[in-house]
Design a protein around this ligand. Structure first.
Ligand code: HEM
Length: 462
């Protein structure tokens, strides 16, 4: 069912890779996917419901309808809860048995510890770190000399600051952010684009990731995070501040009276950093890009922020009064879902719609496709924040899944949304942003969906 919206006469349509009329032969697809797998999808891939093919001796099934997403992620979660082997292999050197890559009883156990500490009910404790970091970044921007700024890198630093302060406490997190970010950047650079090819179904023997460089990079992250955790748990280095580590240390492993062991703490801290950092950074970068191209929305957002906050930076309590800013964030998450591909392995045979699924098949749910499916969205490629304003018709359930859905839904969705809204209000409310002339922006899938490698923009204070 299509949800119609009141849209401006000519809404802004952000760039997207050309969509071939037909599917590509395998060899060409691999070549294109190596550059940018968003470019392999034919026009019909956005329109169809459930389809598949055989890649490297493995069946791959794409679920691109709300019903099939509901079936796989909610109704048959038990059979489709496991991340694809390629996905697990890419992340295990870093995350160990962390919740993001585990399944079965271990996943359930960790989820029961991690989900409550990032739950919406904890937001009031965690949000001051967001307001504080957003205010600092705004002050830094106000002091910048004229000239282009790489907004993508800026948003990476800002969200790393925030997640470090959230995980390790405000004081310690502020000191730690630089070290953690440098160690992560090294790991990411070593994993590179191959990761995405893997998600498309490359066989396990394909050379990737497990070089000594990747292991050393992971060990460096482990050492930094182990040190921070020891500082908090043994030495009270967070001085009793609210932090996710402190909250996890107070939680008991379900069925026991004991907290998690140190290795589990470390793995879950790294999961939270990885899951909560680049996702929010990309959302902010894309939102600032879209606003730079849609001056009516940029002015509307700035006037909402001025009216509600004056020159203050938003707190959690202000969020209900910033519906348009929030709608810009939600529309950005529709067009540029930071996790554009969710992949699973079928633990047993099944049937999705009319399609028989063999044990071991790879199931792909692509928010990139679903969020632009013409039968679900009016003007699917256009940036129309009004779709998400209070009172607008709601999209069908499971048509909009930037945080996934079902039992494995993102535990940090409320934190991520609050963070993106507070930061966007602080920055887009106080600056006009203009893309540096001559820069071509194109969505590229790395580990997450990014606007290329850099996003140079000029900032003018309002
Ligand atoms: C705009 C921001 C964010 C987006 C779009 C996002 C999106 C997602 C998605 C799509 C998944 C599911 C991945 C999959 O099944 O393969 C996920 C999982 C997860 N996210 Fe987020 N996320 C965001 C922010 C955060 C934040 C701020 C945190 C925590 C501080 C967080 C913590 C997690 C965790 C722990 C998981 C694993 C859940 C599980 O496997 O049970 N995320 N996220």
């Amino acid at each position: 069912m299509l949800t119609e919206v009141t849209a401006p006469a000519t809404p802004f349509v952000p760039p997207y890779p050309p969509r071939p009329d037909k599917g590509m032969p395998l060899r060409q697809m691999l070549r294109v996917a190596r550059e940018n797998w968003l470019a392999v999808w034919a026009k019909s891939s956005f329109e169809r419901d459930v389809y598949g093919s055989r890649l490297f001796l493995r069946d791959v099934v794409v679920c691109n309808s709300p019903d099939s997403v509901h079936y796989v992620f909610v109704e048959r979660h038990e059979n489709f809860q496991r991340k694809s082997p390629q996905h697990r292999h890419a992340l295990i050197p870093l995350l160990g048995d962390g919740l993001f890559v585990s399944d079965g009883p271990l996943w359930r156990e960790r989820r029961r510890v991690v989900a409550p500490v990032t739950h919406v009910s904890r937001l009031a404790e965690l949000a001051p770190a967001i307001t504080e970091a957003a205010a600092e970044r705004r002050a830094q921007w106000r002091a910048l000399p004229p000239g282009p700024v790489d907004v993508l890198a800026e948003m990476g630093h800002l969200t790393a600051e925030i997640i470090c302060r959230t995980i390790f406490g405000r004081a310690l997190g502020q000191e730690a952010a630089g070290k953690v970010v440098a160690a992560f950047a090294d790991y990411q650079a070593r994993i590179g684009q191959t990761d995405v090819l893997s998600l498309l179904g490359l066989p396990d023997w394909w050379p990737r990731f497990h070089g000594p460089g990747v292991r050393r990079a992971a060990q460096r992250i482990h050492a930094v995070v182990d040190g921070l955790i020891a500082g908090i748990l043994d030495g009270g280095a967070d001085a009793g501040e609210a932090s996710l580590i402190r909250a996890m240390s107070e939680a008991k492993v379900p069925g026991t009276d004991a907290p998690m062991d140190r290795r589990a703490f470390r793995n879950e801290a790294i999961v939270l950093f990885m899951a909560g950092h680049e996702t929010t950074a990309n959302t902010l970068a894309w939102a600032l890009f879209c606003l730079s191209q849609d001056s009516a929305s940029a002015e509307r957002l700035a006037s909402e922020v001025r009216g509600v906050l004056g020159d203050r930076v938003a707190t959690l309590a202000d969020l209900p009064s910033l519906p348009f800013t929030r709608a810009v964030v939600e529309e950005t998450l529709r067009l540029f879902p930071p996790v554009p591909l969710l992949s699973r392995e079928a633990l047993g045979p099944d049937r999705i719609g009319d399609r028989l699924v063999k044990k071991g098949s790879i199931i792909l749910v692509c928010p990139w496709l679903l969020h632009r499916k013409p039968s679900l969205w009016d003007q699917p490629d256009a940036f129309i924040p009004d779709r998400f304003m209070p009172g607008a018709p709601k999209p069908p359930r499971h048509a909009y899944i930037p945080f996934s859905t079902g039992p494995r839904i993102c535990t940090g969705q409320h934190l991520g949304l609050a963070e993106a809204t507070i930061c966007l209000a602080a920055l887009a409310g106080s600056f006009r942003l203009a893309l540096e002339p001559g820069v071509q922006v194109m969505p590229v899938a790395r580990l997450t969906l990014r606007p290329g490698e850099t996003l140079p923009m000029r900032l003018t204070p309002r």
